[in-house]
Design a protein around this ligand. Structure first.
Ligand code: GLV
Ligand code: GLV
Length: 307
């Protein structure tokens, strides 16, 4: 029997398997991230941790968790985890790839279509009563057929987004680590970000990158907020250098309602919902539980980061 800390309840029946396997399971109450002190106290006796991307797993947390021998992240991204510090303790880290690929790619396309067709402004016009008549030149946007989409980071989610875009008739260009990013940006009508957040990708999209983009091009980010220099993005939207942006991720999360970014034109922001479908979230629970049970049994996790 191991002691398991789950940082809050997650969707689907698979969570119950932890207790069914004979472990002592503590699930922190509520839907919100635990405050730091609560988390550090709760992890003191834990052998296994099942956490969300909102929990920082770093040297401080590891010091508070002397018995910890497995970390299962309820996410595909692991930038909330100090992988070096965890590896130094010999603790395996699991994540939840594949099962959220379609959900996240669907959202990337939803953001792209919404921004390309200016849905945020158009919808607001209906609600605010500024829709005065059908207008021949009102809310003109970008048609996807024949437009060029740069997929920055062509891993699982990037490729799935590219497949969807191709079905709309877009010309898709995958941009990998070894490719010339700025040259690809200069060719693209729209750019969708799918790289993990690392030291190398922090502010990959900065003022120089936005200046390299085609005037009026669209940015979509369903990866991590830290990849984008948000002040530079806001400036590029205000100046009209960018035609619009659709963001599922930003810095910080939640974004304060008075953040200057929100004053930018043709910006659609949603609250980090890339994997938020019933199917994806329940499958993520199954994977996160499998990863944790395997590690606690002394086996390799089915999805072990870096293995
Ligand atoms: C969500 O952002 C994830 O990494 O799963
Ligand atoms: C538009 O609504 C059209 O009928 O052309």
């Amino acid at each position: 029997m191991a002691r398991i800390l789950v940082t809050r309840a997650i969707p689907g029946p698979a969570l119950a398997q932890l207790a069914q396997a004979g472990h002592a399971v503590t699930i922190l109450p509520g839907e919100l991230p635990p405050d730091r002190d609560t988390l550090l106290a709760a992890v003191a006796e834990a052998d296994g941790l099942l956490c969300m991307l909102t929990e920082r797993v770093d040297a401080e947390l590891l010091a508070a968790a002397p018995k910890l021998r497995a970390v299962s992240n309820y996410a595909v991204g692991t930038d909330n985890i100090d992988l070096g510090a965890v590896a130094a303790r010999g603790i395996p880290v699991g994540n939840t790839p594949d099962v959220l690929t379609d959900a996240t790619a669907d959202l990337a396309l939803a953001l792209l279509l919404a921004v390309a067709r200016r849905l945020p402004e158009a919808e607001r016009a209906v609600r605010e009563g500024t829709w005065t008549a059908w207008r021949a030149s009102g809310w003109l946007g970008l048609e996807l057929r024949g437009a060029r989409l740069a997929i920055v980071g062509a891993g699982r989610i990037g490729r799935a987004t590219g497949e969807r875009a191709a079905a709309f008739g877009m010309v898709v260009e995958n941009v990998g680590r070894r490719d010339n990013l700025h040259a690809a940006l200069a060719r693209a009508d729209a750019v969708s970000l799918h790289v993990p957040l690392t030291d190398a990708t922090q502010h990959l999209m900065d003022a120089r990158a936005f200046a390299a983009m085609r005037p009026g091009a669209i940015l979509v980010n369903t990866a991590r907020g830290g990849i984008v220099d948000q002040a530079a993005l806001a400036a590029a939207l205000h100046s009209g250098q960018l035609g619009g942006a659709g963001l599922d991720v930003m810095t910080p999360e939640p974004l304060p309602t008075d953040d200057p970014l929100l004053a930018a034109p043709n910006l659609l922001v949603v609250p980090h919902i890339g994997s938020a479908t019933h199917r994806a979230r329940e499958a993520m629970t199954r994977l996160a539980v499998k990863n944790l049970l395997a590690a606690l049994a002394g086996e390799q996790m089915p999805h072990q980061v870096g293995a």
